[in-house]
Design a protein around this ligand. Sequence first.
Ligand code: CO
Length: 215
Amino acid sequence: MKVYEKLLQDNKKWALDKTDQDPGFFNRLVDIQRPKILWIGCADSRVPPNEITQTNPGDIFIHRNVANLVVHTDMNMLSVLQYAVEVLEVQHVIVCGHYGCGGVKAAMTNSSFGLINKWLRNIKDVYRYHQREIDALASQNEQVDRLIELNIEEQVYNLAKTSIIQKAWKRRKAPHLHGWVYRLEDGIIHPLKEISPGEALDHAIYEYDNLGDDA
Ligand code: CO
């Protein structure tokens, strides 16, 4: 059997199992989704959001990209964010990265990887902000792990710097922002950073004071 054929076969089995356990499962999800969480994660195949959090279809709205970045010119991410925050009205936005992230490892080298250089540039910037702290660590593994953590925190700040989040904070005192890191070795997620609605940002220049309806 071809690898993609197995996916289709297992999908049928999964759908039957779900219906066996809970006959109304699919019907409840047909007309509406009400996820309370937006998850922004790494595209890495070893970090599947629903599986590692034991959540079901309908529970989490998900956006994934290389190294879980929140880039202010990324229309894909921004569209997901706006829809999740303004239409679905999620209560929490979680940026979940992971130790051993290939994107962060690549960004810490001087190698060129083609088009993805432009994406990884964002991580190189995070390294530059924290170079002294990172370079002081003894081993390369520790340095990469620390940049992985700092990169996650930076992306949480990047969320807080969007007018989408700031407008929602003003209007409905939500969502909470979280930075989490997943450990490939044991499957455990460790919370790193949390920003509550309305909390002051790392620099006041990022706080908008005229957020109207069209902001
Ligand atoms: Co990764």
